[in-house]
Design a protein around this ligand. Structure first.
Ligand SMILES: NC(=O)C1=CN([C@@H]2O[C@H](COP(=O)(O)OP(=O)(O)OC[C@H]3O[C@@H](n4cnc5c(N)ncnc54)[C@H](OP(=O)(O)O)[C@@H]3O)[C@@H](O)[C@H]2O)C=CC1
Ligand SMILES: O=C(O)[C@@H]1CCC=N1
Length: 275
């Protein structure tokens, strides 16, 4: 028997078209998913979302978008109880539920949407909005290989996908790659402030910090070299980088310990959002 092929679904309902839902929708459309197969449920759509749906022919808040092949949940975890009241009616026995909600476990989702059997819990990140996301995903035992490939195609349309051997890893994934872009953006803020303290005009320092992190990220993306090797390539013996890194890499008190605490705090918060 031939293996099932990776493919986008023929019908999909997206619940929550905010930052992440909107980014995924754009990715699916860019991948060529037929807009008439997509319905969006979003009580207060942004003007941009309403325009996108109107222009592309995606149904926005249709009356009866029942039993799609895939239902994607992209609301805030805190909204789940409120939203779930109306959602189980949309789910068919063959519907694959894909959730990107931080913290909410497959068990939590099943409790709210008891008709859903096959569930994929995924954690993408904001660079999905430019097709450069990183997603970790785990599937419940009811998910067939064909359904897993459909979820893979949906998630891969906005970036790289890592299938996890166990759902138990997903809170750590959330803390590293889900929240990670915010740590990097904060690094830009800190580098710019440090530049101002070192005497640069504010706007120049901000431009330099932003371009530096963007360029370093692009280099990481394009290069086969490890982050450690790339770091060493910047660091001339006895030079300026070595002097700076001596502070940043101090043990104790350096970035390593701070990052460990940062990730631990984010993971703990993901665990608290369960239930
Ligand atoms: N932002 C990120 O970087 C990432 C977020 N996530 C996860 O993605 C999910 C969405 O996050 P994000 O996109 O940032 O949040 P947003 O607030 O941007 O999007 C959520 C959207 O859902 C809408 N909404 C609220 N209630 C309902 C409902 N009952 N039915 C349908 N839609 C509803 C909200 O409308 P309104 O605002 O009017 O209430 C909003 O537009 C979260 O669970 C988060 O954990 C995962 C990875 C990365
Ligand atoms: O901050 C949050 O809870 C979500 C999940 C990962 C990124 N944003």
């Amino acid at each position: 028997m031939s293996k099932p092929a990776s493919r986008l679904p023929s019908s999909l309902v997206l619940v929550g078209a905010g930052k992440m839902g909107g980014a995924m929708l754009e990715g699916w459309l860019a991948e060529g998913m037929p807009p008439q197969g997509i319905a969006v449920i979003e009580p207060r759509p942004s003007e941009e979302m309403a325009r996108l749906c109107g222009e592309r022919g995606v149904a926005l808040n249709p009356k009866e978008p029942a039993a799609p092949e895939v239902l994607v949940l992209a609301i805030k975890p805190q909204m789940l109880d409120e939203a779930a009241k109306d959602l189980d009616a949309l789910v068919g026995s063959g519907t694959l539920l894909v959730s990107i909600l931080a913290g909410k476990t497959i068990g939590d989702l099943r409790k709210r949407l008891p008709t859903a059997r096959a569930v994929v819990r995924a954690m993408p990140n904001l660079p999905a909005s430019i097709g450069r996301g990183a997603t970790g995903a785990a599937a419940s035992s009811e998910v067939t290989e064909a359904q897993r490939l459909v979820a893979d195609a949906l998630l891969r349309s906005v970036g790289a996908v890592e299938w996890l051997p166990s759902e138990s890893l997903i809170d750590a994934v959330t803390a590293v790659s889900g929240s990670g872009p915010a740590y990097v953006f904060h690094l830009v803020e800190c580098l710019a402030e440090a530049g101002i303290a070192a005497g640069l005009p504010a706007d120049l320092s901000q431009r330099l910090a932003r371009a530096t992190v963007a360029g370093a990220g692009e280099l990481l993306f394009r290069s086969d070299l490890s982050a450690a090797t790339l770091r060493q390539n910047v660091t001339s013996p006895g030079g300026t980088t070595a002097a700076g890194l001596q502070v940043l890499m101090a043990d104790p008190g350096g970035l390593k310990a701070l990052m460990r605490e940062t990730v631990a705090a984010a993971k703990k918060r993901a665990e608290e959002l369960a239930g």
